[in-house]
Design a protein around this ligand. Structure first.
Ligand code: 3HC
Length: 678
């Protein structure tokens, strides 16, 4: 292939291949459509159109991906250069056919640029999607109007409202991609395709297509997905735009899209979701460790404990293709644990979430054993037995003798002192905490607890490994409960006090659910087990929780806890619990009063924020956004509120401080100085 007259302008260059103009973008890391890219594309397309010797234009990208979207870093700043929707219009209006040649991920604005092109070819591994909804937005460069016109209402709703990308083949099946080309021959195949279509008239423009209204598809979509979209603004705005695409002219539909997009862009939800996008990526970075720190190879992982936690932890590695040795004390417990793991895999395969051979493949990587001595060849060993310092120290003492030199030793403790555990070994630098959240094979969060002496390469290795097993990892320091559980404590204490003062479990839970939490503190207690942490002495009743536990009201598993449950585990307020609470109040001489929802917010949510500020002050978290990541990925904090520290800042620090002061809490310094938000 001969290529000549290459011209470069910033991130865009053009190459002439006979009568085809190839426009190539090169803007690492992901070819986001920032101002320089947009301006360069506009100029290149216009130059191609102006040149009568050009019969077709190909747009492709260098590097790892086709345009991965608008440049999120530009949002909220004054617009520079040509607006993206205008650029897409310029491309679509071209009297010379334009072909998008796609590899990597054509996402958001990238997908919209492709929709403005007249044809789309893609390599098999490419993915196309409109994930804007995950940033609290909608495809705002004509995507809501073009996609339904091209692929129909049902497929467009799934792509736009759920934001999940589709494969090149799926895109071809729905008409979004015209041809799937060779994995390694995109440039040449796109040229050949361009030559094929160069002379075809009329040029297909998506805006000229019509799509019929489909109320049934919209109703079905709402029925299937309504629940998980509860509380979010963007999905509804997306649906409004898709409906407009079916009922209005292209231009009027675009106006609806623009209006909805701007409302979302200026709202608090999108600000929160964009904050989390960057927060999640920042969390992977460790301030005082060089990104070039060499990592230790992790070829085999050992897990001690095959209970719910240990089994879930092991599954993460098996799913990522890393062999695991799992240890239990008794054969029966080992068989039970591995049985549960297999059934979990099989259930996912049966639901189509995994390929049919995945369960055998994953379980084939598992070596169950009754002997700790079998962990000698593991590069990382994670202890996941019950929370007892004595037991943990005993295990780490034994591991110190068994593990090979350089092996990383981790505890899955959710609050115990990692330094104290490390101190029983002669390799304190190799020890750290890896706190998984239940169910460990599902929950995205991993708190990585950095001991006083944890070696930098040990920490860096575990952070990289976390990414490999698709966790979002956050570094925490050694303190009681680390980041997440430590912040849960003031919430729990205040929730219990509020009960004594006159609130009901239902009221407190309702406030939390209305806020957007998946459940309130008492619903959570019933799910986790009211008996957890109970002293198991029915005669000793020091608080309401003890009273419930003493009566066998251990939560959902017993059909009774803070709520009564039917066979389907539907909760109803419990008259018996109301009696228990009344008795307790009488015993303590407490006179119940009416408690406002605002008071519940201040005492159970502001206090968490206050604790977060203390965590930062003590250096137990690297940055405020790490705390947000912990709460969103580990505890179901509503994504659209951005995490507790982001939320407090958007509420206004003064308001939070005033709330804390009103109820007599000492206010953390960082809330006053602003340090708590950095
Ligand atoms: N804008 C700005 N920066 C972006 C970006 C974007 N759209 N997408 C990724 N980046 C940055 C990341 O912040 C990260 O920066 P860092 O190295 O400084 O931390 C770097 O690119 C690499 O990103 P990842 O670590 O996420 O790399 P991966 O390879 O894991 O994933 C990806 C690549 C799938 C493209 C992923 O980055 C992604 O999902 N990006 C966002 C895609 C998206 O949401 N696009 C829609 C944007 S909104 C839009 O287009 C509005 C329009 O409709 C008007």
């Amino acid at each position: 292939m001969t290529s000549h007259s290459i011209e470069r302008s910033g991130p865009i260059r053009t190459e002439r291949e006979g009568d085809i103009l190839v426009i190539v973008a090169d803007s690492p890391p992901v070819n986001a459509l920032g101002a320089a890219v947009r301006d360069g594309l506009e100029a290149a397309v216009k130059a191609g159109v102006a040149d009568s010797s050009i019969s077709a234009i190909v747009i492709r990208c260098d590097g790892r991906t086709f345009f991965a979207g608008a440049d999120i870093g530009e949002f909220g700043k004054p617009l520079q250069g040509i607006p993206l929707p205008t650029l897409v219009d310029v491309i679509e209006a071209s009297p010379t056919p334009v072909i998008a040649a796609i590899h990597g991920t054509a996402l958001g604005g990238g997908c919209e640029v492709a929709l403005g092109c007249h044809y789309r070819v893609a390599v098999p591994s490419a993915k196309l999607g409109t994930p804007e909804v995950k940033l609290g937005l909608l495809p705002g460069a004509g995507g809501t109007q073009r996609l339904p016109r091209l692929v129909g209402v049902k497929a467009a709703l799934e792509m736009i409202v759920l934001g999940n990308p589709v494969s090149a083949q799926a895109a071809a099946d729905m008409g979004l991609v015209d041809k799937v080309v060779g994995e390694d021959t995109l440039a040449a195949d796109a040229l050949a395709f361009a030559r094929e279509v160069a002379g075809k008239r009329p040029i297909p423009r998506v805006r000229d297509r019509l799509v019929a209204p489909d109320p049934a598809a919209i109703e079905a979509f709402r029925k299937t997905h309504g629940r998980k979209l509860r509380g979010f603004d963007a999905p509804e705005a997306c649906i409004t735009c898709v409906v407009a695409a079916t009922e209005q002219s292209f231009e009027d539909g675009l106006a609806v899209e623009r209006e909805q997009f701007m409302a979302l862009m200026n709202g608090t939800q999108s600000a929160a979701q964009r904050h989390l996008f960057f927060a999640e990526r920042k969390a992977a970075k460790i301030d005082d460790i060089d990104a070039a720190t060499p990592l230790r190879p992790i070829k085999r992982v050992g897990v001690i404990g095959a209970g719910t936690m240990g089994g879930g932890i092991a599954m993460n590695f098996l799913s990522a293709g890393v062999p695991v040795t799992i240890v239990e004390m008794q054969q029966e417990a080992l068989d039970r644990g591995t049985g549960v793991m297999r059934r979990n895999y099989e259930a996912s395969a049966a639901k189509g979430r995994l390929p049919a051979d995945a369960p055998d493949k994953a379980m084939g990587l598992l070596s169950p054993t009754l002997s700790l001595d079998d962990l000698g060849d593991c590069d990382l060993i994670i202890e996941a037995v019950y929370e007892d310092m004595g037991v943990k120290k005993d295990i780490f003492t034994r591991l110190d003798a068994i593990a090979k030199p350089g092996a990383i030793l981790a505890s899955n403790t959710s609050y115990l002192n990692i330094d104290e555990i490390a101190a029983v070994t002669k390799r304190t630098g190799d020890v750290l905490g890896m706190h998984f959240f239940s169910p460990a094979n599902v929950m995205k969060l991993l708190e990585v607890v950095r001991g006083r002496q944890t070696a930098p390469d040990v920490l860096a290795t575990v952070m990289a490994l976390a990414k490999k097993i698709r966790k979002v990892a956050v570094v925490a320091g050694v303190c009681d409960g680390f980041i997440g559980n430590r912040m849960l404590m003031p919430r729990q204490v205040e929730a219990n006090k509020l009960l004594m003062e006159g609130a009901t479990p239902e009221q407190i839970d309702r406030v939390h659910v209305a806020f957007g939490m998946p459940m309130g503190p008492f619903q959570m207690a019933d799910l986790a087990g009211v008996d957890i942490g109970w002293h198991r002495d029915p005669g000793r009743i020091e608080n309401i929780r003890d009273a419930l536990a003493a009566e066998g009201r251990w939560g959902q598993k017993k059909g009774a806890g803070f709520y009564d449950y039917d066979e389907k585990r539907n909760p109803t307020p419990s008259p018996r619990v109301a009696e228990i609470i009344d008795d307790f109040r009488a015993k303590e001489g407490a006179t119940p009063r009416a408690i406002s929802d605002d008071e519940i917010v201040a005492r159970t949510l502001y206090t968490m924020v206050n604790e977060g500020a203390l965590i930062l002050e003590e250096g137990m978290a690297q940055r405020a956004s790490d705390i947000d990541v912990v709460w969103v990925y580990g505890y179901g904090w509503p994504v659209y509120r951005g995490g507790p520290m982001f939320w407090a800042q958007s509420e206004g620090a003064e308001k939070v401080i005033a709330g804390l002061e009103r109820y007599g809490f000492p206010v953390a310094k960082g809330l006053k100085t602003g340090e708590a938000f950095k």
